[in-house]
Write a protein that binds this ligand. Structure first.
Ligand code: NAD
Ligand code: MG
Length: 400
C-alpha cells in the first residue's frame, strides 16, 4: 500500500495537532505533503521539521521571508506558498489525496472549496464553510463526486450512525430525526446575571474539550451548537425541524440518529478529537487513534437536559437564520466572528454577542446564496455592519 498524501489546512491549531498526531502513528498509511498556518511561523517551521512536507503555506504574506529563513536554517527543502492564494494552492497539491480542512472561520471557505473542486477526499472540520455557503458547497461536492467526511464530533457520530446509503434521502432509509448532543459549555449552570461579567479566560475553559479560542467561545454561547445544526442540515439533508439539540454534560455520547421503527443509534467515546479524525482518515477502515478506551463504569451516568434558548439566544438565532435560508446564515456567521473576536479582545461583553448578531441579521435582510461572489459580498457587508455596532455596544458598556 502506498501512503496517502495528506495536506493539513490549519496545521498549527488544535485540530491540526490532533491530525498530525494520528498521521504520525501510521507512517505506512499517511505522508504529510503540505501544512498551513495563519502567522505562527515558529510553530509552522517546527511542524515542518517534524513532518518534512514538500510545501508550507503561510496565510499572512508578511511572514513569508521569516518562514523561508527558518526552513533554510533547519536544512529543509520545503517550498513556501503565501497568502490566500497559497492556501488554495496547498489544497490543490497534486500529491495531496486527502485534505484536512481545519482553518477556523470564514478564511477556511475558499481553500476548502478549492480542495472539493480539485476532487480531493475532504475531511471537514471548518464548519463555517457550510454555514456560510451550504448550498453551493454541497452542490460542488455532488458534482465532483467528492468524498466528504465530517470531523466535527457530532457530525462524525451522526455519520457513523447513519446507513451507508443515507444520501438516497432520510425517508427512504427510515431515519426520522438527528439528535445533536451539546455539553452546555462552561456556563451551563450559570445564572443569567452572572454572564454579564464573564472573561475570555472563563469562556475558553471548556469542561470537556480542549479547543481553539473561537470555537470555545462559540461553545460557551451555544452558537457552536447553532452552527452545528446548520452544518447537519447541509451534510445530511435533514430539515431543521428534524434536528434536535440535547444537552448532555458528560460529552460521552457524541450524537444520535433516530429511526422510524423506534431504534436510536448513538456513537460513544471519550471526548478526544483524535477519534473522529482517525475515523475520517481511515474510512471505511478503522485505525488506532491514541485515544484511551472508554470506561463506562468510570463514566457511571449519562445525563440529558433541554437546551435553554432564553439563556443562550445564539441557538435560537441559528435556527431562525437556517429557516430564513439564503445569505442569512452567511450573515449569522460573519457577525458572530466579529462579535467573538471583540469579546476575546475585551471590547464586548459576553452577553452582548447575540445582540450584535441579531441586529446585523435584522439590518441586512436575506438574498439567495447561489454563488461564491454573493457569499463573499454578504460576508463583508455583515462584518462592516457588526463592526459599526461594536462601537455602540462598547460605549454602552463604558457608560453602564
Ligand atoms: P485553532 O484556533 O486551534 O486553529 C485554527 C487554525 O487556523 C490555525 O492553524 C491557524 O493558524 C489557522 N488560521 C486562523 N486564522 C486564519 C486565517 N485568517 N487564514 C489562514 N489560516 C488561519 O482552531 P481549532 O480549534 O483547531 O478549530 C479549527 C476548525 O475546526 C474550526 O472551524 C472549528 O470550528 C472546527 N472544530 C474544532 C474542534 C476542536 O476540538 N478544536 C471540534 C470541532 C470542530
Ligand atoms: Mg462539535
Amino acid at each position: 500500500m502506498m501512503p496517502q498524501g495528506i495536506a493539513v489546512l490549519g496545521a498549527t491549531g488544535s485540530i491540526g495537532a490532533s491530525t498530525l498526531d494520528v498521521a504520525a502513528r501510521h507512517p505506512e498509511r499517511f505522508r504529510v505533503v503540505g501544512l498551513s498556518a495563519h502567522r505562527d511561523v515558529e510553530r509552522l517551521a517546527a511542524l515542518c521539521e517534524q513532518h518534512s512536507p514538500a510545501f508550507a503555506a503561510i496565510a499572512d504574506e508578511s511572514c513569508t521571508s521569516e518562514l523561508e529563513m527558518r526552513l533554510a536554517t533547519a536544512g529543509l527543502d520545503t517550498r513556501v506558498l503565501a497568502g490566500p492564494q497559497g492556501l488554495v494552492e496547498l489544497a490543490e497539491l497534486p500529491d495531496a489525496d486527502v485534505v484536512m480542512a481545519a482553518i477556523v472561520g470564514a478564511a477556511g471557505l475558499e481553500p476548502t472549496l478549492a480542495a472539493v473542486r480539485a476532487g480531493k477526499r475532504v475531511l471537514l472540520a471548518n464548519k463555517e464553510s457550510l454555514v456560510m455557503a451550504g448550498p453551493l458547497f454541497m452542490r460542488e461536492v455532488r458534482e465532483r463526486g467528492v468524498t466528504l467526511l465530517p470531523i466535527d464530533s457530532e457530525h462524525n457520530a451522526v455519520f457513523q450512525c447513519m446507513p451507508r446509503d443515507f444520501d438516497r434521502g432520510l425517508d427512504q432509509v427510515g431515519v426520522s430525526r438527528v439528535l445533536l448532543t451539546a455539553s452546555g459549555g462552561p456556563f451551563r449552570e450559570a445564572s443569567v446575571d452572572s454572564l454579564e461579567a464573564v472573561t475570555p479566560e472563563q469562556a475558553c475553559a471548556h469542561p470537556n474539550w480542549s479547543m481553539g479560542r473561537k470555537i470555545s467561545v462559540d461553545s460557551a454561547t451555544l452558537m457552536n451548537k447553532g452552527l452545528e445544526v446548520i452544518e447537519a442540515h447541509w451534510l445530511f439533508d435533514v430539515p431543521p425541524e428534524r434536528i434536535e439539540v440535547v444537552v448532555h454534560p458528560q460529552s460521552v455520547i457524541h450524537s444520535l440518529v433516530a429511526y422510524t421503527d423506534g431504534s436510536v443509534l448513538a456513537q460513544l467515546g471519550n471526548p478526544d478529537m483524535r477519534t473522529p479524525i482517525a475515523h475520517a482518515m481511515a474510512w471505511p477502515e478503522r485505525i488506532e487513534a491514541g485515544v484511551a478506551p472508554l470506561d463506562l463504569l468510570e463514566v457511571a451516568r449519562l445525563d440529558f437536559q433541554a437546551a435553554d434558548k432564553v439563556q443562550f439566544p445564539c441557538l435560537r438565532l441559528a435556527y431562525d437564520a437556517l429557516g430564513a435560508g439564503g445569505t442569512a446564515t452567511t450573515v449569522l456567521n460573519a457577525a458572530n466572528e466579529v462579535a467573538v473576536a471583540a469579546f476575546l479582545d475585551d471590547c464586548l461583553a459576553f452577553t452582548a454577542i447575540p445582540g450584535v448578531i441579531e441586529e446585523t441579521l435584522a439590518a441586512l435582510g436575506v438574498a439567495p446564496a447561489e454563488d461564491l461572489d454573493t457569499v463573499v459580498a454578504w460576508d463583508q457587508q455583515a462584518r462592516q455592519h457588526a463592526g459599526r455596532l461594536l462601537t455602540r455596544y462598547a460605549h454602552r458598556r463604558r457608560t453602564a
